[in-house]
Ligand binder design. Structure first.
Ligand code: SF4
Length: 271
């Protein structure tokens, strides 16, 4: 990662205090989720790599439906590298964006063959050389199969770390940097997995369960019901805007959709 500016906290707290809060949160999440297991089924690093590529814009459950058949057909990096693209696309079609994903898998497998003897490398720098592999995927692999520190920043970790006031950043790489300043490397992998579980169960994007949340005393967003002012979107003039507020002064706020309009919109999205 390139050099990053010093940490800033929207809460105004010191680094030491934020570290203390992060440690306490990690402890409570550890009690709530004592076992951390990757939701993507796999039996080796190559399978996890492929499953992680497939999980982009797709649920883990759907990926898990596809991978048993896929991994029975393609067992090694050489198998994937030599795959017929059309056939591979058919195997993974139900995960969405199947053309791009099939290409990414084949190109990734060819790089594994050409540069790494068909094995999955164990460093961030090497993993990033693989087509379709960004920092999130690389961190999943490092922590998930190699037992190395890996802070995975997915949509849940991004949202919740901002709600906790541990970062003012929006970019996942910068958020990863900020979070790694708050916890020990040995905690990164399990911590990020637990935040993902927590984001699915309690601190969801649309309806965070603040009144019943076990972290409400440690969370500066609790009093804002998960929508703190530092997460409000900025207008063109640089001012912060809450969801649903008018885009321009004097403009009418967007009206709530009528049931019929909402169902039309949902139907057109589903096409
Ligand atoms: S108090 Fe609300 S915003 Fe904070 S962690 Fe809990 S659910 Fe999320």
């Amino acid at each position: 990662m390139s050099p990053q500016p010093a940490l800033q906290f929207p809460t105004g707290e010191t680094l030491r205090r934020a570290r203390g809060r992060a440690a306490r949160i990690a402890e409570i999440l550890g009690q709530r989720y004592p076992v951390t297991r990757l939701p993507l089924r796999h039996e080796n690093p190559l399978q996890l790599l492929v499953a992680t590529i497939l999980s982009a814009q797709c649920t883990d459950a759907q990926v898990n439906k596809v991978t048993p058949g896929l991994f029975a057909r393609y067992r090694t990096a050489a198998d994937f590298a030599a795959a017929d693209l059309r056939e591979l696309e058919e195997h993974i079609r139900s995960t969405g964006f199947y053309r791009q994903k099939a290409q990414a898998i084949v190109r990734m497998a060819r790089t594994l063959e050409e540069k790494f003897g068909g094995g999955v490398p164990q460093t961030m720098a090497e993993l990033l050389q693989l087509h379709g592999v960004g920092r999130k995927t690389a961190n999943v692999i490092l922590g998930g199969v190699f037992g190395k520190p890996g802070m995975v920043v997915d949509t849940h970790v991004r949202r919740i770390s901002r709600r906790w006031g541990f970062t003012v950043q929006d970019d996942p790489t910068k958020i990863e940097h900020d979070l790694t300043q708050l916890l020990e490397p040995s905690q990164w992998s399990d911590f990020s997995l637990r935040v993902i579980y927590f984001g699915r169960e309690v601190c969801t994007a649309r309806a965070p369960q603040c009144p019943a949340c076990p972290l409400k005393r440690l969370c500066p967003s609790a009093k804002f019901r998960g929508r703190p002012p530092w997460m409000a979107r900025r207008t063109r003039g640089g001012q912060r805007r809450r969801r649903g507020a008018p885009a321009r002064p004097g403009a009418a706020a967007r009206p709530a959709a009528t049931p019929r309009a909402a169902s039309r919109r949902a139907a057109s999205r589903a096409k």
